[in-house]
Design a protein around this ligand. Structure first.
Ligand code: GLN
Length: 486
């Protein structure tokens, strides 16, 4: 067994007992990256020097008996959407080429304060817009379970790096499924925390009312340990919640006996892959055997979630992305004649086709004459979707659904058909519109050996219970132990 095969918590235990060191673990990750990342392309940028320096500092603290916490010395990596002081941050866009942030995102700062060396920046869809990692300006990321397929998106690199055992934990962001869907496609675990639970400060904004940064890892316990570090009120983010932070590991093994799990009928959608459906139905039976009660519930406005999201998210994006004008950050068109020309050319050269499409959609939805018909109406439907969930949660503790209607699709298969790409998000978007926490965890494989993901959604700030429900299933199955064939 190699060091990189350990889970994050197993490595943490070995660091604590002195069986290994952070420098050894960091070198093992770097060696694994050198071995496989040419095929996976999970990393946009390595920070070998920074990671090794942090690992050495961690080992020195351990030697003195002063670790910063349980994760001190565990190597991680972060999606390129997170600002990292002194390390180029592009959000996988040409428009930010050469941009070196002067400060860390709060989530990155918290990881550093916990002592984790940061190996580098992970591939993603450009500005997190996409479900396949194919809109990255630096080329797609490949799924370690089948390199001809997508690892999902937009946090494709964050998921693929874990599945390829290049790193022990990662940060992703989830605006409409971007943590959960890549987790489902790669046999990894990801949690989209309640909106406001993890700070957005220093996370490049896509759709500010939906964006949720969160951790990804190979097991539920690993994700819980990372969330423990990240869940914190942050005065630098006005939407950060001052809610208490529970101990996410304390109740993890307490099982599901007596819990009520809702099965929303609208999530077993037409066109769903039969193997995905069968595997999710099996998981439901497993929960019943473990002592949970299944309750048939309805979320009647689910069918409007896709249209609502694809109006609101582009609307917010068109406003957020106005700042990339060639003046303040990154790339500037040098050949431009005059200021207006420079704005236009810099944006034209800097943004990829999917980002341009979103900016146009969003600008249209917000423009005079269309605002009432599109943006305002979508906001009203968003409230109806939120109310559906609130009603369901008066009856049940959590909801269980598929994460994605299909397993990982082929690279190139949907990239020229935006609507079919948007349809991939049908099970994940409603959770963001309602601001709720959601987890994806491994729930089996197709006959062809592709991972299938199970989604759990919970009440606001009920992450601990969701993780406990996820762990009850994980404990009974060995999916997380199966290594990707890379
Ligand atoms: N696929 C969705 C989109 O393209 C969600 C992306 C995300 O969660 N960042 O907008």
């Amino acid at each position: 067994m190699q060091l990189t095969d350990l889970t994050l918590l197993e490595l943490a235990a070995k660091l604590a007992s002195g069986e290994t060191t952070s420098v050894e673990a960091t070198r093992a990750c770097l060696a694994r990256i050198a071995q496989v990342d040419e095929k996976v392309k999970a990393f946009l940028r390595l920070d070998e020097h920074g990671a090794l320096a942090a690992a050495e500092a961690s080992d020195a603290r351990r030697e003195k008996g002063n670790p910063l916490g349980p994760l001190d010395g565990v190597p991680v990596a972060v999606k390129d959407i997170f600002l990292t002081e002194g390390v180029e941050t592009t959000c996988a866009s040409r428009v930010l080429e050469g941009f070196v942030p002067p400060y860390d995102a709060t989530a990155v700062r918290l990881l550093k304060e916990a002592g984790t060396p940061i190996l580098g920046k992970l591939n993603q869809d450009e500005f997190a817009m996409g479900s396949s990692n194919e809109s990255s300006a630096y080329g797609p990321c490949h799924n370690p379970w089948d390199v001809t397929r997508t690892p999902g998106g937009s946090s494709g690199g964050s998921a693929a790096a874990l599945a390829a055992r290049e790193v022990f934990g990662t940060l992703g962001t989830d605006t409409g499924g971007s943590i959960r869907q890549p987790a489902a496609f790669t046999n990894t675990v990801g949690i989209k925390p309640t909106y406001g639970r993890v700070s957005r400060y220093g996370v490049i904004a896509y759709a500010s009312s939906l964006d949720a940064p969160g951790p990804m890892a190979r097991t539920v316990g690993d994700v819980a340990a990372l969330l423990q570090v990240l869940a914190r009120h942050d005065p630098l983010d006005s939407t950060s919640a001052p809610a208490d932070v529970p101990d996410y590991l304390a109740d993890l093994e307490h099982g599901v006996a007596g819990l009520k799990l809702g099965v929303p009928r609208e999530y077993f959608v037409e066109g769903m892959d039969p193997e995905v459906e069968a595997s999710v139905r099996e998981a439901l039976k497993a929960y019943e055997r473990l002592g949970a009660t299944l309750v048939d519930v309805s979320l009647p406005h689910t069918k409007y979630a896709l249209a609502t999201y694809y109006l609101l998210a582009p609307a917010e994006a068109s406003s957020n992305l106005a700042r990339y004008d060639g003046v303040r950050y990154g790339r500037r068109a040098r050949e431009a004649k005059g200021l207006r020309d420079m704005y236009g050319l810099s944006r034209d050269q800097g943004f990829g086709p999917e980002v341009k499409r979103r900016i146009m959609l969003g600008t249209y939805a917000l423009s005079a004459g269309y605002y009432d018909a599109y943006y305002l109406r979508a906001q009203k439907v968003r409230t109806l979707i939120r109310d559906d969930f609130a009603k369901a949660f008066t009856q049940v503790d959590a909801l269980v659904t598929p994460t994605s209607p299909v397993p990982a699709f082929k690279l190139g298969e949907k990239v020229n058909d935006p609507v079919s790409m948007y349809l991939m998000d049908v099970c994940t978007l409603p959770c963001n519109l309602a601001g709720l926490p959601g987890v994806s965890l491994p729930c089996g494989f197709t006959k062809a050996g592709l991972p299938i993901g199970l989604q759990l959604m919970g009440r606001p700030f009920d992450e601990a219970k969701l993780l406990r429900i996820a762990r009850a299933f994980e404990r009974e199955h060995d999916y997380v132990r199966r290594p990707a064939p890379i």
